[in-house]
Design a protein around this ligand. Sequence first.
Ligand code: SAM
Ligand code: SF4
Length: 511
Amino acid sequence: MQADCSNIRKFADAADYTRRFVVKGQIDKYLPGGSHFIDDARINELVAKCDGSPADPVRVREIVAKSESTCETLLPEETAELMKVTDPALFEEMRAAADRIKHKVYDNRIVVFAPLYMSNLCVNGCRYCGFREGNSEQRRRVLTMDELKEELDVLAGRIGHKRLIAVYGEHPTTSTEYIAETIETCYAHAVPAPKTGNKNAIRRVNVNAAPLPVEDLRVLRSVGIGTFQVFQETYNRKLYESMHPAWSVKGNYDWRVTAFHRCMEAGVDDVGLGVLYGLCDWRYELLATVMHARDLERWFNIGPHTLSFPRLEPASGTRVPDESPWLIDDATFARILVIARLSVPYTGIIVTARESPESRNRALGCGMTQLDCSSNIAIKGYSDFANEAHQEKDRQQFMLGDNRSLDEMVRYLASRGTITSFCTAGYRCGRTGGCIMDALKTGREGKFCKINAVLTFREWLDDFASADTCRIGDALIEKELAGIKEWLPKFYPTVMKQYEATCRGERDLFF
Ligand code: SAM
Ligand code: SF4
């Protein structure tokens, strides 16, 4: 299917591009009467209280119990109370609760994906980013559709990925029409798997790109976008303005912060929030994230599908990642994840390969649900470098910390009793946004998805895994099937029918 872009306006030049991409009416609609859902004064008041008084353990335990039993988003003042905790034993109680909530909502699954950078051309001047306009240390390119297919040959054909986060700079040459064409190309390009020759293709393309107007989001919806991610970078307006020059499209804070309200309006109801940790006080950011989630729930009854936790990393031509006064250490990073899991209990939590292996291993016990592996973020990096772990600073946005391959990661997860899920059934069955909010909160979705996790894990083991990974993966599948039999005895024969068909080489079976 060809994307229908007839309803979106073309632009004449760069100035016209900026006008086209900041639509005042589509901002004001969600900030009625000049009010703002990111309440700066209230956040500052709560942060000051965190500094001024110790945590009340009784209150902390009440809040944790509420989060665990209701799976509803906490109030900002409840999140602030959790932030006061410094006692290691009380924090450990919080971490254990975060881990239980993760299991209630998502069971023992971890979803894996790969980043795919489509371009590094950018009209913006974000001070921390290697792609920013005018950075002469960066070699620029935009993937052609043929080059994209070469990248997919590696991602889907050699590694076995089924889920991508497609990433774009912001530039007239890579705007909505280009994003739509790349998504369609990803879905259409099936490649034979090395072990079996079974065809594998990308089944879910999530997108990380600049905020878009409603009309453009409708185009992306029509070509089957998965989650739309836009990281706010920092919710602190003053700091935001110091990092994003006023002359740039991204310089408009309110256009960015209302991105997901427009997504919901356009029917793109899986949205991914994020903050670039290290730019500002993490407590400010987490409290603002809670306010953002609550405002989406208030308007649309749908909260964030995922929260991402990128941390500032070294990048070409910038000192910001070394000099920011708000850089955080690994222990604080783990704390942020735990408080986030307790504050927005139903959401997916993504920790990318920016982190070190140790930090990501630890994140597994702090509520994380999704990670990337075998990642290469150089433009055309997958097909140009025989070794996925190879990195080149002048071809990528920042440097990665965890270079583990998908095979290594799957084996590691299985050794912890965690199943790797390649399931992408959700959005293809209409289980997105509001339709799954209740199922997530009650734990129904987590259990149900285990069946699809087992089927897709079987596919991947047969088509791509090394002998060592197959051995440990097979044992885990046996255990999971026994669990399903006990949980759903009547449905079990139907599950086994699909499982046996998958073993015979049928692909993409799901419930
Ligand atoms: N260009 C679009 C935008 O900014 O909205 C798409 C996203 S950009 C290619 C992906 C994300 O990378 C940014 O939103 C930012 O959070 C993150 N990023 C930028 N520079 C970074 C750095 N030095 N370290 C870690 N993450 C960085
Ligand atoms: Fe461009 Fe995004 Fe980098 Fe900013 S973060 S310079 S918008 S690619």
